[in-house]
Design a binder for this molecule. Structure first.
Ligand code: DP6
Length: 327
């Protein structure tokens, strides 16, 4: 009753922003991401009949009450589905620079879903696994697959048609994603709270909904054509639009810091020098810069010169979730 899984993070090119169901984690819009090779989580789950509660270790240390409760609530859904009332020890190693603000619930819940369902004896189709990962964190459902992945929002109330599907294998369209970590000094509004506030209070949210499906179909077209310029333009535009919705929320908020804008400007300047680079940002101040592999060194060198840039991690499209041998 033990299994280990490895899952990678992903970055959305068309963002998931807003839920139509908070408890089943059903999104208002479909989204599309690329799974990244550099950052991942390895999680081992062991169910044991001697245990009287779930225990959670994160990076070798016993996790606090809040984190343990979230993992335990999550395991409850798996127990219920498998009809086995056993508690588990969960050990998670995050190879994601969490303290640096690259915390990822996507790789975390994708690895947990895969390890827990395997350990409890369920043999799921990736589509079902994607739905289980979604119940932990929306973006996690996309990390089940490698390469370019679409999360189809679905329309059913029970969420049975809301899962990720692979669009392009990780080797099919080589791009580079430079994860740029900037100096950060503000406590962030978590994505879960931020999207809820935006849906409930921002008059700009309707504008997001009115255009996001069009952005998605254009991006899929760019992938079909392997058109990097089109991909970059759409991804940058979609990210800016998502961030614009937060400015209309009540109370208003934004994820950018001055360093974020410096990186955005540097990327736009690169384009005026003929280097094809584009940016996207999630619910935090760090920036992901998209470029072609042949430009990655040039882009890296220019970003490195910005004083507020602390670290740059170079990533490429990476693989989907895998079950590892348990020791
Ligand atoms: C801005 O998946 O972290 O990164 O479903 O509430 O756990 P929950 O949210 P989460 O939100 C990710 C939002 C985003 C965009 C994206 O990854 O698509």
């Amino acid at each position: 009753m033990k299994a280990t899984a490895k899952a990678h993070t992903n970055i959305a090119l068309i963002k998931y922003w807003g839920k139509r169901d908070e408890s089943l984690i059903l999104p208002m819009n479909s989204s599309l991401s690329v799974t990244l090779d550099t950052f991942y989580t390895v999680t081992t789950v062991e169910f044991n009949e001697k245990l009287t509660e779930d225990v959670f270790f994160l990076n070798g240390e016993k996790a606090d009450h809040t984190d343990t409760e979230r993992v335990s609530n999550y395991l409850r859904a798996i127990r219920k589905f498998a009809k086995k009332h056993l508690f588990a020890v969960v050990r998670s190693e995050n190879h994601v620079p969490t303290a640096a603000g690259f915390a990822s619930s996507a790789s975390g819940y994708a690895a947990l879903a895969a390890a827990a369902t395997k350990a409890i004896g369920l043999n799921l189709h990736p589509q079902e696994l994607s739905q289980f990962a979604r119940l932990g964190s929306g973006s996690a459902c996309r990390s089940i697959y490698g390469g370019f992945v679409e999360w189809q929002k679905g329309v059913k109330e029970d969420g049975s048609d809301s899962f990720a599907v692979p669009i392009l294998h990780e080797d099919d369209f080589p791009i580079a994603v430079l994860s740029v970590m900037v100096a950060t000094n503000r406590k962030k509004v978590l994505s879960r709270a931020g999207m809820k506030r935006t849906v409930e209070t921002s008059p700009f949210y309707q504008g997001w909904l009115d255009t996001v499906e069009h952005d998605l179909s254009e991006l899929k077209h760019a992938l079909e054509l392997r058109d990097f310029t089109l991909l970059g333009e759409i991804a940058e535009r979609n990210a800016l639009k998502m961030h614009a919705t937060t400015l209309g929320a009540n109370p208003p908020f934004y994820y950018w810091q001055s360093a974020t804008m410096e990186v955005m400007e540097a990327v736009q300047n690169m384009r005026s020098q003929g280097i094809e680079a584009y940016f996207t940002m999630d619910a935090g101040p760090n920036v992901k810069v998209l470029c072609l592999p042949e430009d990655e060194q040039k882009v890296y060198d220019q970003l490195k010169q910005i004083p507020s840039v602390k670290k740059i991690f170079t990533c490429h499209p990476g693989p989907g979730v895998t079950i590892l041998p348990t020791g």
